[in-house]
Design a protein around this ligand. Structure first.
Ligand code: NAD
Length: 267
């Protein structure tokens, strides 16, 4: 579908469609691709760059939607998936934020507002004032983060470095009753490692809006300790869609009018 639609276009706004090397090859006039959203792993960056096509995302536009879902997921797990029985409160618990970017920061501030003790790890943010301004404690290693987090909210991008990096060892180091919340990307999880850790420790919980490949196995083995939404839904709010769509359109206009490449991701 995309292949025939792109033949003459100069600019492309995409959400979940894949812009493969084949699509780029077919789009002879293409000059700019904007992913209306944060992640852009559905664009073949190498192929785009080779053709001199500018690729952008719209950072921050849907962050609040994702952050609200992350908080909601913590409460959902604290209350046994909204089923009868005695739950727990998130107030007073330690929330660890893995990556303090656009989404991570909003989760940090909302966690503070809920009375949580918030710690965060992001090796690429060297200015500790960024954390201090939110009343968040910066920790210096991934190990320190997981070891101390009753709730761990994942906000790392999927990169060569992060893919499959969250697994057995990190989960096993978490405090009793800890919950892993993943609204980042499926690829950052080492699913076999998570299954092993949750099998060995019956107190650990995992909730995500990105169905794992091992969805059936996890649902079967872990009952209420595991939950995945039927469809990826972090950014699925009316507000986020409007914000991201408008930003994408604005960025394309600015690019053609003034050559603005501020949000380019393939430099
Ligand atoms: P962002 O680019 O604003 O922030 C990412 C942060 O990760 C940066 O601060 C960066 O320094 C940090 N980082 C990079 N590599 C790291 C590493 N190895 N260890 C620790 N930190 C590292 O991105 P964002 O907008 O906050 O998005 C965060 C994640 O959420 C991304 O994975 C994105 O794809 C995902 N996301 C999901 C949904 C959804 O619908 N569930 C919607 C939007 C974004």
């Amino acid at each position: 579908e995309l292949l025939s639609a792109v033949a003459d276009v100069d600019a492309l706004i995409i959400r979940s469609d894949k812009v493969t090397a084949e699509v780029i090859e077919a789009a002879r006039n293409l000059k700019i691709v904007v992913r209306a959203g944060a992640g852009y792993d559905n664009v073949d960056l190498a192929a785009a760059t080779a053709r001199g096509i500018v690729v952008m995302n719209t950072p921050g536009q849907n962050s609040n939607a994702v952050a609200e879902l992350a908080l909601a997921m913590m409460i959902f797990m604290a209350r046994n998936g909204f089923t009868p029985g005695t739950g727990s409160e998130i107030q007073g618990k330690t929330l660890g934020i893995h990556a303090y970017g656009n989404v991570g920061r909003l989760v940090g501030r909302k966690g503070k507002a809920m009375g949580m003790n918030v710690i965060a790890y992001d090796p690429f943010i060297t200015d500790s004032a960024v954390f201090e301004a939110d009343g968040v404690k910066k920790v210096n290693s991934v190990e320190e983060l997981y070891k101390n987090s009753d709730y761990l909210s994942l906000h790392i991008p999927a990169t060569e470095q992060t893919k499959g990096s969250i697994g057995y060892d990190l989960l096993m180091s978490m405090p009793k009753g800890a919950t892993l919340v993943n609204t980042a990307r499926k690829e950052v999880i080492d699913e076999a490692g998570v299954v092993r850790a949750m099998t060995e420790r019956e107190d650990l919980k995992y909730i995500t809006d990105i169905a794992p490949d091992a969805q059936a196995e996890m649902a079967g083995k872990f009952g209420k300790r595991f939950f995945a939404t039927a469809k990826k839904m972090g950014a699925e709010t009316a507000e986020a869609n409007i914000n991201a769509g408008l930003a994408a359109a604005r960025q394309i206009v600015d690019f053609f009018k003034t050559g603005d490449t501020r949000f380019q991701v393939n430099r």
